[in-house]
Design a protein around this ligand. Structure first.
Ligand code: IMP
Ligand code: MG
Length: 183
């Protein structure tokens, strides 16, 4: 199979992301100020950089757990079918939970995961997504906190991949396929 060549144009700088996370962390701390020990749940793999930066702004007692749900294959279209590939290690019944997602696109992933976790009777559950693509929504769901609203573009970096590549970019970039441009 031939590679589909693309370039990455910076969309959100590392500095802008850091500033936004500082703002969001203030809201989160206010929301959970009466919580003994917040369970911060990262959705693998795309949220791993975001959750790492976010929890370091939360100077309060927390636990970190991870859940892996599959939605995308190695393509740029959602499969609509969400499977749990790796479940939480800990129980969340009666706990306060913050679900951390990289992008809400069609909404299938966040909707499936929040339904699943709500069935385990947490005391309170809130959601945060670094990026939101509202124009792509197919399920009526919105994260409680959103880092940035973005247009319908395929993005990479800061934990987010294209076919497992580019997760290590420190910024969010927009993928521009060269074949499209040349066509
Ligand atoms: P949803 O179920 O359609 O909302 O898809 C959410 C998941 O799709 C996100 O957690 C991402 O992993 C992936 N995704 C959505 N948009 C993009 C993108 O622009 N780049 C890379 N992954 C994306
Ligand atoms: Mg994801």
């Amino acid at each position: 199979m031939t590679e589909n060549p693309y370039v990455i144009d910076e969309m959100i700088s590392a500095k802008a992301i850091a500033a936004r996370i500082e703002e969001l962390s203030r809201d989160i701390k206010r929301e959970f100020r009466d919580t003994d020990k917040l369970v911060v749940v990262g959705l693998l793999r795309g949220s791993f950089v975001f959750i790492a930066d976010l929890v370091r702004e939360l100077d309060m007692p927390i636990e970190v757990d991870f859940l892996e749900a599959s939605s995308y294959g190695d393509q740029t279209e959602s499969s609509r079918e969400v499977r749990i590939l790796k479940d939480l290690r800990g129980a969340i019944e009666g706990r306060d939970v913050l679900v951390v997602e990289d992008i809400v696109d069609t909404g299938f992933t966040l909707s499936h995961v929040t339904n699943l976790l709500m069935s385990r009777s947490p005391a309170r559950m809130r959601t945060i997504a670094l990026l939101d693509k509202p124009s792509r929504r197919e399920v009526d769901i919105r994260a409680d906190w959103i880092g940035f609203e973005i247009p319908d573009e395929f993005v990479v970096g800061y934990g987010i991949d294209f076919a497992q590549r580019d997760r290590n970019l420190p910024f969010i970039g927009k993928v521009r396929f060269l074949s499209e441009q040349d066509a």
